[in-house]
Design a protein around this ligand. Structure first.
Ligand SMILES: Nc1ncnc2c1ncn2[C@@H]1O[C@H](COP(=O)(O)OP(=O)(O)OP(=O)(O)O)[C@@H](O)[C@H]1O
Ligand SMILES: [Mg+2]
Length: 201
């Protein structure tokens, strides 16, 4: 389903990732750990197909859902429109149902700036899962949230994953998040020291 054999990824001659191998089957869940600057976001961008400048091969589904740490919502569009634009095939009913699932049913006509940070994150999560995709990529989606909101987001994510059967690549710094989502953990190590490596599942 996802097969990445990444031999090397460099920026201006500086190697960031080396020998990273991922082989995910339908429904597999993986959590990627590693210190700041080690190349986690770079890896997510490569898996997503946003960055094609690397040495290696990538086989991935056409449809991939992606959520970055900072919600990339369209500021001049309402909550409802933020879902519609990314899911043109979704019916009004689908949109309302998705908003209800993340507790935003009464915020359909609000703009992102009128939402709290937690509500913006929940909207991003709904956008990620509204149309089921075989693969979901989450780059530190729960960072800097208070404990209760983090638990709430984790529970929602778990429910969505169980419903859709999507495979998951989660970037996180928290072991409990991997555990809560039933994801196997992999450490991305500094290339300079050891050669970064994620073992194939
Ligand atoms: N577009 C770019 N041009 C040049 N260097 C880049 C670019 N994007 C990332 N880098 C470098 O690649 C390295 C890895 O960055 P990346 O954002 O993948 O780290 P990260 O593991 O996601 O860190 P964090 O945990 O802080 O989010 C860093 O040294 C960064 O400076
Ligand atoms: Mg990052």
């Amino acid at each position: 389903m996802l097969k990445l054999d990444l031999h090397r990824k460099s920026f201006a001659g500086h190697t960031v990732l080396e020998n990273v191998h991922l082989d995910l089957k339908h429904g597999d869940r993986v959590a990627v750990f590693g210190p700041s600057g080690v190349g986690k976001t770079t890896l997510i961008r490569i898996i997503a197909g946003l960055d094609k400048r690397f040495v290696g091969t990538r086989k991935a589904p056409d449809e991939i859902a992606l959520m970055f740490q900072n919600p990339t919502l369209l500021e001049w569009r309402t909550t409802e429109e933020n879902l519609q634009i990314f899911h043109p095939g979704a019916s009004d009913n689908d949109i309302q149902k998705a908003l209800a699932q993340v507790g935003l049913h009464d915020k359909a006509d609000h703009f992102p700036r009128q939402l709290s940070v937690g509500q913006q994150r929940r909207l991003s999560l709904a956008r990620c899962f509204l149309t089921p995709t075989p693969l979901v990529l989450l780059d530190e989606p729960f960072a800097s949230l208070d404990q209760s909101l983090r638990q709430e987001m984790l529970a929602l994510t778990r429910r969505f994953l169980d419903q859709t059967g999507s495979a998951l690549v989660l970037v996180t710094h928290a072991q409990d998040e991997a555990a809560a989502l039933g994801a196997d953990s992999f450490e991305l190590r500094d290339v300079v020291q050891t050669g970064a490596e994620i073992a194939a599942l």
